[in-house]
Ligand binder design. Structure first.
Ligand SMILES: [Zn+2]
Length: 85
């Protein structure tokens, strides 16, 4: 059972009217791929590094990226990860 299933189970058990996703982000798969998260100040979507979590570059709804190898700009990280948007 993954942590995502455990949270789904908890939702059912607690009988919540609202979805958990309104309070927290779903856990991320650890597969070396970049993830997209909203910047809550500006409402823009950003591509984040899967290793250190640094915001790397912004994307829009119409942005299409597939299999882009990208090196993290974090000075202590510099990992190369794959971006799919
Ligand atoms: Zn990084």
């Amino acid at each position: 059972m993954s942590i995502t299933d455990a949270i789904k189970d908890m939702e059912k058990y607690m009988g919540l009217e609202k979805d958990f996703s309104e309070y927290m982000n779903a856990p991320l798969p650890n597969n070396g791929h970049a993830y997209i998260q909203m910047d809550y100040k500006t409402g823009k979507q950003w591509v984040h590094c899967p290793y250190c979590g640094k915001k790397n570059f912004p994307v829009e709804e119409y942005t299409k990226i597939s299999r882009l190898p990208y090196q993290c700009k974090g000075s202590n990280c510099r990992e190369i990860f794959e971006v799919n948007v």
